[in-house]
Each structure stands twice: as C-alpha cells, then as structure tokens.
Design a protein around this ligand. Structure first.
Ligand code: PMP
Length: 417
C-alpha cells in the first residue's frame, strides 16, 4: 500500500528511476522522451554532468549556511552572476525556495515599499498555491476552489486571449487594456494599488504569449500611476522562451522580476530581483526563511548559468522551439481538433477544441496519455486542461524534436479514431 496522499493527481503512471539529458527511465529500464522537464525545471537536462559535479562538490564542502545567520560564497557568487543576466536596474536579489514563495515575497515587497494594498492580476494567470499566491491565481478551478476566503485586495483584469475569444490579437489587447482601465477606475483606485503582477506568457493558464502592446500598456499605466510592474518569470525565465527572460520578447521593463524553476536545474531555489532602492523601502528582516539561498542549490544554479551560456542553450531553445512549432502545425493541419499551436521557444502549447470551438479537455487528455504510452511525456494546462504543452529541457536536439513530433502525430491520430 502506498502512503502517498491521494491529494496528488498523477499526470502519468511512470515511476522514474533515472534521468539523463532529455530522457527519463523507469524501473524496468523503459526510456521516455521527457517533454515536461519537471514542469519546466530541468533546463540543462536531467543530471547534467557539470550541475552534478558542482552540487557534489558543494555537498562535500558546506550544505546549509542559513543566510540571515552567516553568508556563504555560492550565494554571493550567484548574485553577482545573476546581476550580469538581469536587467541592469534590478540590482538587488532576495532568495527563497519555490516559485510560490518568491511570489509571496514580491507581494510583501510591493505592499511594503509602496504603502499600498491592492494588486491587479490577469485572467488565466498562475502564481502559486500558497495562500497569497493562490489569491493571485485564476488559471483554473482546482487552484482556488474550496480554500477561501483568500487574501483580499486582489482584482482580476483580462489577459489578451485572442484564440479563446475568437478575436485577433489587436482586438484582444484593446479589450484587455480597456477593462484594466475600468478596474483601475472602479475597483482598484491607483492610489491604493501597489502592483500589477503578470506573466509574459500565461503558463498553467494555457501557454498564451502576451502581446507587445499589452505589456507596453501595463508599463505605461504603471508609470502613470506609480504602480510596480511585477513580472513573474518563474516558468518563462532562464532561456525557456528562446530569450534569456520571457519579457525580452516584448521590450518591457519590469520593476520586480520573479525567477525559479529553470534557475537551478531541479534544486529548490527561487529569487526576486528589484532595484536596491525599492528593496530598501522594506524593513530589514521583513523577508527571510530558513532554507532560502541554500548553498547546494546556489552552486547548482551557478553551474546551470554556465551551462546555459557555454552550450548556447538560449539560442538552441529558439531554434528547436521553431522546429517544434513548425512540426506541430503540420500535425494540427491534419487534425482540426488541435485548433491552435502557439508558444515562444521551448514553451509550446497545442489547444484542443470541439467542432463547436469549445475547449476540449477530454481529447487533450487522451492525446497526452496516448503520447505517454508511446514514450513521450507531456502535460496539459489551460483553464479546462484543454492544452497539451511541450517543455523539453533546453538541451533537446533536432533528432529528439523529430522523434517527439513523430510520437505526437501518432498519438493524436489515435484520438481521432
Ligand atoms: N509562477 C508561475 C508563472 C509558475 O508557472 C509557477 C509554477 N508552475 C509558480 C509561480 C509557482 O511555483 P512553485 O510551484 O515552485 O511554487
């Protein structure tokens, strides 16, 4: 009998025993192409030798040096190196362990630094499962239902979801910004609003990239009303989208950036980055945590950063992502139930729709399961679970993309039957 809580919902029946690069192996030795990457985490591939070596050396030297008690070199070195890849204005870093915790830290900072309460988020966003982060999350019912009341002071405005609305991007963007202005005029007066929190591309909400005009519109309103623009790059950061940060696709300047997932190749580590002057407006000691900035996680993150740069993984994500999307469009052309293929870099979604144009989670799930049976691990996302997403490690090569496309074509064909 398993003592594992039934509260966990397994996406696949696989019991993984070993990982190497883009592959996972089960206990019987069966090999799976892992296009989930631990939900976009193992950016350098499973057990990249340089990440393994860095972590092993750190484990043998110093595992835990609590960062409000003593400092340690991996934390300082990582901060210096992250400073080189972050926007220059975001020169101050604070570390915790997970995406949700970093979101909590960003809420805390935004409220503290502005003296204002309200936060505006966007329909379909996912920011985490802890209670503050859950209050910002509208990616699907399972993240909020039955756990309220959630943190007050949160208003939700539309995200430009062109495909689902049946509009073009320009119309969807105009609608989203008009509704945001309405929210600011009626629900969240700017003088009471601390921050807009936004993903450059909806993740759990369905793999929908923002539009340049939408993010420019948020930036303009943030400047006009002195509201902070907090960009949640937990899933889109660290090369995932074919640029180092997802927001770089849109030429928008964040006031606070949240990073996690790909940052440490699977070790629990997350951070918020903001201007020192903003961080100073919060009291010293108002943020903290026992495990934040763990030495082994920091050493792994340093190695991750080096591997990403030395192996050209950001460019690889852009190139392989293009090849993946081109191939997926061909599959979709043969199977109208795949109504939309979209994404940035190696963050790609296939949205399933019924002939009437409604979300079709049943077929999405059947395709995901059929892919798993064929040795291709995938996940779903979207408010209804109607999107099958593909997020392989950034080290994926042409042969593996092509192999995945062949398995996917075969899996989708079985759903048609
Ligand atoms: N923000 C975004 C954009 C995410 O995709 C996620 C995780 N899927 C989180 C926050 C929460 O991260 P975690 O699961 O590490 O708490």
């Amino acid at each position: 009998m398993s003592h594992l809580s039934p509260v966990l919902k397994q996406a696949t029946p696989v019991l993984a025993s070993r990982g190497e690069g883009v592959y996972l192996y089960d206990e019987a030795g069966r090999r799976y192409l892992d296009f989930t990457a631990g939900i976009g985490v193992t950016s350098t591939g499973h057990c990249h030798p340089r990440v393994v070596r860095a972590a092993q050396e750190q484990v043998a030297t110093l595992i835990h040096a609590q960062y409000t008690t003593v400092l340690h070199r991996p934390l300082l070195r990582l901060s210096e190196r992250l400073g080189e890849v972050l926007p220059a204005t975001l020169d101050s870093l604070f570390y915790v362990n997970s995406g949700s915790e970093a979101v909590e830290a960003a809420i805390r900072l935004a409220r503290h630094a502005t003296g204002r309460q309200n936060i505006v988020v966007f329909h379909g966003s996912f920011h985490g499962r802890t209670m503050g982060a859950a209050a910002l999350t509208t990616a699907g019912p399972k993240f909020r239902a039955g756990i309220g009341p959630l943190m007050p002071g949160v208003a939700v405005a539309p995200f430009p979801q062109a495909y689902r609305y049946g509009w073009d991007e320009a119309e969807a963007t105009r609608f989203a910004l008009r509704e945001l202005d309405y929210v600011l005029a009626t629900i969240c007066p700017p003088a009471d609003t601390a921050a807009f929190v936004v993903e450059p591309m909806l993740g759990e909400g369905g793999y929908i990239p923002a539009t340049p005009e939408f993010l420019a519109g948020l930036r303009e309103r943030a400047d006009r009303h002195d509201v902070l623009l907090v960009v949640d790059e937990v899933q889109t950061g660290f090369g995932r989208t074919g640029r180092f940060w997802g927001h770089e696709h849109f030429d928008v300047r964040p006031d606070v950036l949240i990073t996690a997932k790909g940052l440490a190749s699977g070790f629990p580590l997350s951070a918020i980055a903001a201007p020192t002057e903003l961080m100073r407006r919060a009291w010293p000691g108002s943020q903290g945590g026992t495990y934040g900035g763990n030495a082994v996680a920091c050493a792994a993150a340093l190695a991750t950063l080096e591997v990403i740069q030395d192996e050209g993984l950001v460019d690889n994500a852009a190139e392989m992502g293009q090849r993946l999307q081109n191939g997926l469009r061909k599959v979709a052309a043969d199977h109208p139930m795949v109504g939309d293929v979209r994404g940035l870099g190696l963050m790609v979604g296939n949205e399933f729709s019924t002939p009437e144009g409604e979300p079709d989670p049943q077929r999405a799930q059947r395709a995901q399961q059929a892919a798993c049976e064929r040795g291709l691990l995938l996940l779903t996302c979207g408010a209804h679970g109607q999107v099958v997403r593909m997020i392989p490690p950034l080290v994926v090569n042409v042969d593996q993309i092509d192999e995945a496309l062949a398995l996917w074509a075969d899996a989708v064909a079985t759903v048609d039957l």
